[in-house]
Design a protein. Structure first.
Length: 205
């Protein structure tokens, strides 16, 4: 699939903006709350988004190989400032990338480097939903970004990636006329009506 670099960068900036706003909205006393990602509390989710995601996204934008192995929880005193700094590094890296560059995927296939931005947009949007639900931030995610993320997820998230010991839980059926962010959550194994009090989800991460 051909990726419009300008459009992808616009959506990535918007995904980073909405995720950054949600990170900034987390209160210190909320870091031990459960999240829709059953293995993580809010602090672990923040560490994944702010450190692991943004570091690996920047490596990916440099056509390098990301390392998704579990990492120790980092000592971060200001999650919001840390996010903003890493987000700017990511965007600067993308802006300096050759729009015609290619990168090799794990299977050996060469793909347009810019196509890696699609996964980044999606990851940020799904975890923005997770963070919003976990911390009670009732926001409507950017519809254009959410629609793009859902379309990418439906193309790329194969059944083999779902289930026990996999990154994603089973799809939770959601009506076709449900809000876009509910459909995104359901596709990625989240219960759209999840609440912190329940603290239970079938999703791996």
């Amino acid at each position: 699939m051909t990726v419009d670099a300008g459009h992808a960068m616009n959506l990535l900036e918007r995904a980073l903006l909405q995720t950054g706003n949600l990170v900034a909205g987390v209160k210190p006393e909320q870091t031990s709350l459960p999240t829709p990602c059953s293995a993580w509390d809010v602090k672990a989710l923040l560490a994944h988004i702010v450190v692991q995601d943004l570091e690996n996204f920047t490596l990916a934008a440099r056509a390098q190989t990301a390392d998704w192995a579990p990492a120790p929880k980092p000592a971060v005193s200001d999650w919001s400032a840390n996010f903003q700094e890493r987000a700017q590094t990511l965007l600067s890296t993308w802006r300096g990338a050759d729009p015609k560059a290619t990168a090799q995927e794990p299977g050996g296939q060469d793909v347009p480097l810019i196509s890696r931005a699609d996964q980044q947009i999606t990851e940020l949007t799904v975890h923005a939903w997770d963070l919003a639900r976990a911390t009670g931030q009732r926001v409507e995610l950017d519809p254009a970004v959410t629609s793009y993320a859902l379309a990418w997820g439906r193309r790329m998230l194969q059944p083999a990636y779902r289930g026990p010991d996999q990154a994603f839980g089973a799809e939770i059926p959601v009506p076709d006329d449900a809000p876009m962010q509910d459909r995104l959550a359901g596709w990625f194994g989240r219960d759209p009506v999840w609440e912190p009090a329940a603290g239970v989800s079938n999703v791996g991460r």
